[in-house]
Design a protein around this ligand. Structure first.
Ligand SMILES: C[S@@+](CC[C@H](N)C(=O)[O-])C[C@H]1O[C@@H](n2cnc3c(N)ncnc32)[C@H](O)[C@@H]1O
Length: 253
C-alpha cells in the first residue's frame, strides 16, 4: 500500500472504502485488505463452511468448469466464452471500476482486471480468507485488488462502481436480497450488475435439495423481482439448466 509513485491496486481499492462501514481496514499479510477482522458472516450451512476451507479453495478452480457445465449446460463455466459473455453483459471497458462480489479464488476477477486495464480496477470481494489467499496467488494483476468483506454489508462508499458481478455466490449468501440492495448502493447511476446464480427446476420441490446442499435454489422470477424491487431497470434474464444469469442497470436518476 505504498503511497509513493503510482498507487498500487490495493491502495486504489482502499480509496473506495467507506471507513464507517468497515470493522477494520488492515493490509493482510497474504496481500488483500481485510475489512472484517475477527468478525465474519455466520456460517449456517455445510456449503458455506466448505468455502472457508483450504482444500476446497485450492481445488475450486479445477472443479468449477466441469461442475457448471454439468449443471448449467452452455452458461456458467469459466472458460473464455463464459468470460466474454459476462464481460459483454457488464459492458466492461478500460478505465472502469468494477467489483466482483463473492469472488472466491478470483477465477473471474483476474480476467475482469485485464478488461478494465488501463486506468480501471477490478476488486474481488469475499468473506473467506482461504479463497482470498488463492485469489492473490493465482489471479492478481496491475488492475486487480482483493478485499475481505461481507456482501450483505459492503465496505464501500456509495456510487463508486461502474459495474458489479456476483457469480455463483448469491445462493450462498444468507440474506441475498440485502446483498442486491448493497450492490445498488455502491453502483454509480447507470452502473451495470450481472448475477449468475441457481435456478430451481420447474415442478420439482427444491426444499430437500436446499437442505442437503446448503444452496438456495432461486425461482425463475426471484432475482428479476429482487432487482426490480431494489430499483434496477433494463432487467434481462438468461437461463440454462440449473442456472440463471440476470443483468440490469441502475437508473441514471
Ligand atoms: C462458489 S464461490 C464463487 C467464486 C466465483 N465468483 C465463481 O464464479 O466461480 C462463492 C463465494 O462466495 C463467498 N461468499 C458467500 N457468502 C458471502 C458473503 N456474505 N460475503 C462475501 N462473500 C461471500 C464464498 O466465500 C465463496 O468464496
Amino acid at each position: 500500500m505504498t503511497r509513493t509513485g503510482s498507487p498500487t491496486p490495493t491502495a486504489r481499492a482502499a480509496d473506495l472504502l467507506d471507513p464507517a462501514r468497515c470493522r477494520t481496514v488492515e493490509a493482510h499479510r497474504d496481500g488483500y485488505l481485510d475489512t472484517l477482522g475477527a468478525t465474519e458472516p455466520p456460517i449456517l450451512t455445510f456449503a458455506q463452511r466448505l468455502m472457508r476451507t483450504t482444500i476446497y479453495s485450492t481445488g475450486y478452480q479445477l472443479l468449477r468448469p466441469s461442475v457448471y457445465r454439468l449443471l448449467a449446460g452452455a452458461i456458467g463455466s469459466n472458460g473464455d466464452a463464459e468470460r466474454a459473455r459476462i464481460t459483454g453483459l457488464l459492458r466492461l471497458e478500460p478505465g472502469d471500476t468494477m467489483l466482483d462480489i463473492g469472488c472466491g479464488p478470483g477465477n473471474f476477477t483476474g480476467w475482469f482486471g485485464s478488461q478494465t486495464f488501463p486506468g480501471g480496477l477490478a476488486v474481488g470481494v469475499d468473506a473467506s480468507h482461504q479463497m482470498l489467499h488463492r485469489a492473490v496467488a493465482d489471479n492478481s494483476g496491475p488492475a486487480v485488488a482483493y478485499v475481505r468483506g461481507d456482501a450483505e454489508n459492503l465496505p464501500f462508499a456509495d456510487g463508486i462502481a461502474d459495474a458489479v458481478s456476483c457469480l455463483a455466490a448469491l445462493y450462498l449468501i444468507n440474506k441475498p436480497f440485502d446483498a442486491i440492495e448493497e450492490i445498488y448502493r455502491v453502483l454509480k447511476p447507470g452502473g451495470r450488475i450481472v448475477i449468475l446464480t441457481s435456478l430451481a427446476p420447474k415442478g420439482i420441490p427444491v426444499g430437500p435439495l436446499e437442505k442437503v446442499s446448503g444452496i438456495t435454489m432461486f425461482g425463475r422470477d426471484a432475482i428479476t423481482d429482487g432487482l426490480r424491487n431494489a430499483g434496477f431497470i433494463e432487467i434481462a434474464l438468461q437461463t440454462g439448466g440449473l442456472a440463471q444469469t440476470v443483468s440490469a442497470v441502475k437508473p441514471t436518476r
